[in-house]
Structures are given as structure tokens and as C-alpha cells.
Design a binder for this molecule. Sequence first.
Ligand code: FAD
Length: 612
Amino acid sequence: MVVITFLGTCLRTIDNPALKHALEDRPRGESVIACYVEDPTQRLPGAAYTWWTRHSLPLLRKKLDQLHVPLICMRGSFPAIARVLIEASNKAPCKLSRVYVNRRWGGTTEEQDKNFEDILHEQDIPVKSYVAHTLHEPWNVKTGQGGFYRVYTPFWRNFPRVKPQIFDEPEPQEQDTKGYDEVVSALKSNKEINVLDWAHAEKPYDPHWAKDFPWKPGQDQALKTLEDFLAKRVEKYKDGRNMPFSNGTSQISPYMAHGEISPHRVLHMIHQTRERVQKTKNDYALESLQQFEMEVVWREFQYHILWHEPYIGWKNHNSKFDHFPWKYPLTEKEVRENLPNANPSKESLEELARLAALDCWKAGNTGIPIVDAGMRQLWSLGWMHNRVRMIVASLLTKNLHYHWKAGEEWFWDTLVDADPASNTHNWQWVAGTGADASPYFRVFNPIRQASRFDENGNYTRHWVPELKNTATKEILKLYERPACTGKDLLENPSRASVWAQHLACIHKDAKKLGPDQQLFSRKYVAITEDKYHLPVVDLKKSKDKALEFFQSYGKTDGGPSTKKEESEGESQEEDAPKTDSEDPKTLKKEESESDSEGLRRSQRPRKAARRS
Ligand SMILES: Cc1cc2nc3c(=O)[nH]c(=O)nc-3n(C[C@H](O)[C@H](O)[C@H](O)COP(=O)(O)OP(=O)(O)OC[C@H]3O[C@@H](n4cnc5c(N)ncnc54)[C@H](O)[C@@H]3O)c2cc1C
């Protein structure tokens, strides 16, 4: 008899409930097969995330080999896989006895997984599923009225404190791999399923755009990364986490996004560190550790929302923003239609200029230093510091007026830690459309952000080599330059921008670029240019325009303005504080910073002013 365990987003052998139970609960003599599935009925992972997965799976296979558990990687829907397994089981001498699954959420997974279980149950094959990617079942945390939380503070307060459930790697057990060949050949013979060689890749998957990625995927490195952080850096996390050049955060996110470390293990290690730090009586260190735990629980909060609103990845949480005048990226077809020849009309140029601005943002050539630094960090590492993620997201949504989805999609493709809950939720948070959202009129001012969080300009100089010999004072002046015109953008496209590729492609009538090339033609992007670009947008004017949109839109019936927002509406300074109930985590800090920068007290929401 054969037992199958579906790993889900859980590329580890320790703290892996479906694997553990499959190995421990099976009757003697039954063999266990592990499956990694990429499900085409759901949003497919982006390129950078996939780079990581494909480095991780061969490492996981080696670990599983030691347990005598073969690994099958495939692309296929869960119901299709269930049907093939049953068919194979009916024919083969080795029957399928039971199935163990690590659960997943978001999109239409719930529906698909129910279907999968029904198919197996009809054949009397038991299915057991486990929570593996979060600390709790997302539905287990409930408000007093039995609903779900939309605001982080009460979620954090009421988040059930649990003893972390950790368990060691299963002992290697005697088992043969009987049934494996039959299962693989049945899967291979089905057209709906594509068996991948990802766990047995002869050469690593190293596309040119990822050649400088410094990461070492895998569960061993995940543990080491967190151990190092907790041993050496967590004690300064409270402030360090906001400084992009200080190496002040854990960089554990890609390991968590791939399930190479379990959130229970993270919590367990936090508890161990707390015992150590308590002995030092260092209050700041303890607060820092608490802050770190809050961040980890913040991720839980986002899964909580994803479970209750599985459509959050493509829909505004606040539907009142659905008709807001967002800009959307042009499609390739629209570009072609707007630029039929070398002398496009004024309207066409305007349309194209907006595409050019988006491409400059993607390429890290906006002429706004801290934004370019962040976007190039993203290119180089497949990761960006959280503070800078907020700044670049604000620029795209509040200054360039793009819908958050344009940025979310870019991050989805370029982040090694791309996560269906965190990415969406954070984008909606910055755009002001989400649950627990920053109000729409809250706009991050890149100059102020740079002077506060990159005071010495080191982050900017590091990631924008054009500025490596520019003094910090001079860098700050660059933000004040007049913006280039749309015509400039088009006539002198950044060599680095995807826009330049479009032009080259259209003018030379070259073959259509495939999506992979468009996104990752690294030789065109993030390269040092002779001259640093003019800003693609006037920060002040564009912010005012966003606020104008917001105010006039708020006056219409369908607008997003609420009474509370109107009462705060006066406070349209950048980084204006939010009320405590919205997000204490980031914003209490912003608030005190706003104070020190002389944000006029009369303009601030009453509640915040009282606290200061
Ligand atoms: C626009 C935008 C998009 C984002 N997209 C993602 C994403 O796709 N995947 C992702 O994991 N994070 C995302 N984040 C959240 C955050 O930027 C990253 O989790 C963080 O930068 C990861 O670095 P770290 O592990 O060093 O974080 P640390 O500061 O060391 O935090 C530890 C862990 O806590 C969790 N965490 C911290 N901050 C957040 C947060 N704001 N939201 C959710 N979890 C958090 C992460 O799991 C993180 O690994 C996004 C933030 C923004 C503003």
C-alpha cells in the first residue's frame, strides 16, 4: 500500500505535519511518497520565487532521500491529480491507502481542495490535512462577535498565545519505494498533469537575471539565518528595522514564504531568545524582540484576511475605490496601436509616457534616488527592505497614480519572498484600499523618508552607482529638480527601461518579446548610466493631484471618503499619523517622527495630537 503526502508550501522535513503524520501513522510496510504541486488553476508563482523553489527542491529531495521518501514534482490541479492517483491505485498492485496534506489558502483553493477530498473520499481513501504555513488556522482567531479582524491591534491583542508546535526531523525509516514508478508513470501519461524534473535537475536553474542573487535557499540555511539574527541583531531591531542600510532585519521572509522554516519554529526561537534576553535586563532589547514577534504575527494577520477574503489578491478590499481614477499599465496591443509609426500623435505620446513612467519605476530609473535604490535592490537581490517597499509603493500609487495591482504584479514576479497574503495586503495598505489601510491621503514623501531613514545616503549610493561619488546633501537636492516631460521620457528613454525595449522592438519590427524577456532582460535594466535621470514626476504636484482626486471623489456617492476620514482629511501632510486603532506598529513611530519634523499640530487628528 502507498501513502501520499502533499507538501504544499512547506519545503522542509522538520516541523512538517503532513510528512510527519504520513511517516508515523502509516501501517507497517506501507511506503510514503511526497508530492510538490504547482497548481495552474491558481495564480502561478512569479519568476524570482520560482528561482528559489527550483534551488530548494533538489535540497529537499536530498533530505527526503535520507528518510527513504521519494519526491515527485508536478504541475496539475488537485482534482486531476486525485483522479489519476485513484486510477493508478485501481490498476497497480500497490493500492493508495491514505493521503496527508499541508493546507493552502487564497484564490479558489478551498473549492479545489474540497473537490480533491471528495474524489478521494468517494473511493474510501482517507485524507488528513494540517495547518503548516501559519501558527493558527486563519479561521480560529475570531472577534467577540464571531467575525474576523480587519484591524491589526485587536488581532494582535487577541491572537491566541500558543506553545509552539515543533517536532524534529522524522527518523529515517526502513521502507522501499514500491508504488513510486507506477504513480509517476500514471501521472506522466495524463495530459492534464506535467511531471517536472525540478527535484532532480541536472543543472541548477540560474537565469541571467538572477546571477547575482546572494541567497542560499534550503531549510538548513533558514535556521542558520534566524539563529544568526536572534543571536546578534535582534536586540537593536526596534529602530534598526527601519534603516535600510543597517542590516537590521532578519531577512527570513523568503524562507518563510517557501515554508523552509515553520512559523512555529520561528516563535519557538523567539521564546528561547526572550529567556536569554530577560536575564540581561535590557528593556530596549526586550522591546525589540517583542516588535519582531509582532511582525511575525502581522504575517498571520494577513493570512487571516486572505482566508476570509480569498479574492483580496485582485479586488480592492474597500470596493469604494473600484471606480477611482487609477491608471493601469498599457497592454502590448495598446502600445502597438498608439505607436504605429515614428511620429505618434500628442495623445498617443501621453499614453505612452505613462507607460514609460511605469517602466522607469520598474527599472529603477525614476530619477528619485531612494526609489531607484530600492527598485535596483529588488533587481539585484529579489528582495527589498520593508521601509523602501513602502516608499516605492507609495510613489507608484500616490504620485504616478497607478492602481496598486500594477505594482503588486511586478513585486509578485520579482520578489523571492512573494507571498499571496503579504504582498497583496501590503500593497492595498499603502494604496489605502485595504483592510487596516493607511488612509488614502497618507503619502510617503521620498525626500523626508530619505533624510530620516537613509540619513547618510549610504543605501542610495550603494544601489545607485551613478551617485556613488555624490555627497548626501547633493543627493537630497536631486529630489528638488523639475520633472522631465512626457516627451523627454519618450525621446530619451532610459536605456535601462523596459520601455526602451518596446521601442527597439517596435521600430525594428523585432519579434515580440516573451514575458520572461520583458521582465528580466537584466542587461537592459539596473545598469549604471552616464547621467542620473531627471525625476519622472513632480512629487509635490502629483501628490496634490492625488489628494484632489481623493477629495473630489470622496464627494460623490461612490467615493471612498468616510466620516472619520473627512474629519482627518485636513491632515494631508505626508506621513500624517493614523489613529491608534489602525496600525500602531508602524505608525506610532511615524507619528513621533512627524512631530520632530514640525508637522503642524492643528492639522493632526485630535487623538494623535493628544498622545504626543
Ligand atoms: C508593498 C509591500 C509588499 C510586500 N510584499 C511582501 C511579500 O510579498 N512577502 C513578504 O513576506 N512580505 C512582504 N512585505 C512585507 C515586508 O516588507 C517583508 O516581509 C520584509 O521586508 C521581509 O524582510 P525581513 O524578513 O528581513 O523582515 P523582518 O523585519 O525581519 O520581519 C520578520 C518577518 O515578519 C514578517 N513581516 C515583517 N513585516 C511584515 C509586513 N509588513 N507584512 C507581512 N509580514 C511581515 C515577515 O514574515 C518577515 O520575514 C511587503 C511590504 C510592502 C510594503
